[in-house]
Design a protein around this ligand. Structure first.
Ligand SMILES: [Zn+2]
Length: 319
């Protein structure tokens, strides 16, 4: 019931989709915190805000953690018919997408295993279409354990919709879904229109999959502090005490709309006059910019991915 209510509210408030991703942020019991006074242009002064417990986690130093072992990657092509216009991809298109994932995670020491036995084509007219509740599809098709990535390349007939992904704890915290169902609902969904060479104006190089798999590893958006959670506006996302995306080397920033912009000198949390500007990380895979703008993850994001994988995926494997 809670899930239905939440989804209904999400759909009711959703704007026209000019967004890459609607991965859901965990909602924990809110608590009152008092934001300390700050100087300069960033921050509120001594005001009490209602924010979630998770949101107030300070940006941590992640303990040194080895890289994850090679990760099995299953790909499910979900089409409305066996025609390409309804999302029925060629095998080469799948291989090309997997290679992009492989190439772009490689600099961060993360590797994947995928072969011909790990991809399948499914024609299902109700799964392919505008519906954004992916759980029935995921539960029917999921393969492997909690250390296995399931990538669903689905024909989602919503303009400018890129995809979504579960992070390691989302289902349990929001909807109280325990194992094994939580395992079956794990995985990332991308729209067929995000593949390399598509005609989309900013999601056309296959990098939406990289963004979504970043969520699978527990990364948040770089502008996470600017997102409304628990139905309340969080403290100023530029406030230094705001944990943001819980990664130290990604500058705090606000979301920009519409998605797909690539302004390298964008600075939504400007420094006080006279200080050197620290521009928003629009080049980061976890921003909302364009595929052409996307260049990398940071070292801090790498450390978080290793740590979260080890703690939540390797450490909680029950599948
Ligand atoms: Zn996202």
């Amino acid at each position: 019931m809670l899930r239905q209510t939440f989804l209904a509210s999400l759909l009711a408030t959703a704007p026209v989709f000019a967004q890459r991703c609607d991965s859901v942020i965990p909602i924990l019991p809110p608590k009152n915190v008092t934001v300390p006074p700050t100087n300069g242009t960033a921050g509120h002064n001594g005001t009490t805000f209602l924010i979630s417990a998770r949101q107030f986690t300070p940006e941590p130093d992640y303990p040194p953690t080895p890289a994850p072992p090679t990760i099995p990657l299953y790909v499910h092509v979900v089409a409305g018919s066996n025609a390409r216009k309804d999302g029925y991809l060629t095998e080469q298109e799948v291989i090309d997408q997997v290679n992009i994932i492989h190439d772009l995670f490689k600099p961060r020491g993360i590797s994947f295993r995928h072969d011909a036995s790990m991809r399948q084509w499914v024609v299902n007219a109700s799964w392919a279409g505008p519906d954004r509740d992916f759980n029935e599809m995921k539960e029917a098709l999921h393969k492997g354990d909690y250390r296995t990535i399931n990538l669903y390349i689905r024909n989602i007939t919503i303009r400018d919709y890129g995809g979504s992904c579960s992070n390691p704890w989302t289902q349990e915290e929001i909807w109280n879904v325990p194992f094994p169902r939580r395992l079956l609902q794990d995985g990332c969904v991308i729209n067929t229109e995000t593949l390399a060479g598509s005609g989309h104006s900013f999601m056309n190089m296959g990098k939406t999959a990289v963004h979504e798999i970043g969520h699978w590893f527990g990364l948040f958006h770089t502008y996470e502090a600017g997102t409304v959670r628990d139905g309340v506006n969080p403290p100023n996302p530029c406030w230094a005490g705001n944990p943001g995306d819980e990664v130290k080397d990604t500058p705090r920033c606000k979301n920009v709309s519409p998605a797909g912009q690539c302004n390298m000198t964008q600075n939504t949390c400007p420094e006080p006059a006279g200080e050197k500007p620290v521009y928003d990380a629009v080049w980061n895979y976890m921003s909302e910019s364009s595929d052409a703008c996307y260049q990398n993850f940071t070292v801090g994001q790498q450390e978080r991915m290793y740590f979260i994988y080890d703690k939540y995926r390797a450490g909680e494997t029950r599948g």
